[in-house]
Ligand binder design. Structure first.
Ligand code: IMP
Ligand code: MG
Length: 195
């Protein structure tokens, strides 16, 4: 996908989703449910006798975080942070501004960052450094989706839901210009202007 396509898809000019079509379902709600349950079981085993703190990145991770938390059979705690990229609205710069910080102190905690999707990996890599400076006992990353061959930053994602092709996707929390977050399945977005 070119940068121009990406900007148009993300509704850089006023957040319009005109000119966009949903393509096909990439991952069905049944598949999502099954995979989230498996991730929850894995985290339950890995963190036995501990009380991990799930840190969700708003807003995309909200649906995933709420399902994942219920699939973990441990006394988890939940917190959220919101970040925005500096620079052009739709191009990840790698410099991230914290728009809403966490309420819970990370000191000595077993922290799991919960993200919707890792594209270049720049956002997460910046976030990870920032959170490590708060001295958690451990810090792992759980991402529902990882785009194949897109990562520019070296980050270790311990828990991956699905590896997907380098397409723009929406649904189950993921948006274009704030739309489509409430779709139960994950869809590929198509640009009507393109053949
Ligand atoms: P990164 O820094 O390039 O990894 O950017 C990741 C962020 O870009 C995600 O948290 C999403 O907010 C957004 N993003 C990247 N790809 C998609 C996509 O296909 N659909 C919706 N949002 C996306
Ligand atoms: Mg996001």
């Amino acid at each position: 996908m070119t940068e121009t396509d990406y900007q148009r898809l993300a509704g850089a000019n006023g957040g319009s989703t005109d000119g966009l079509n949903l393509g096909e379902v990439l991952i069905s709600k049944e598949k999502i449910h099954e995979r989230v349950a498996a991730l929850g079981a894995q985290i339950t085993r890995d963190y036995a006798d501990r009380a991990p703190l799930l840190v969700g990145v708003l807003k995309g991770a909200v649906m995933f975080m709420s399902d994942l938390a219920r699939a973990i059979d441990l006394p988890v705690e939940l917190d959220f942070m919101a970040v925005s990229s500096y620079g052009a609205a739709t191009k990840t710069s790698g410099i991230v501004r914290i728009v809403k910080d966490l309420d819970i102190d990370l000191g000595g905690r077993d922290v799991i960052i919960v993200e919707d999707i890792v594209d270049s990996g720049l956002t997460l890599s910046y976030l990870r450094k920032g959170l490590l400076a708060r001295h958690p006992a451990s810090l792992e990353i759980c991402a529902l989706l990882v785009k194949k061959e897109q990562q520019r930053a070296q980050i270790n994602v311990s828990y991956v839901g699905f590896e997907i092709p380098a397409e723009f996707v929406v649904g189950y929390g993921l948006d274009v210009a704030e739309r489509y977050r409430n779709l139960a399945d994950i869809w590929v977005v198509q640009n009507k202007d393109r053949p």
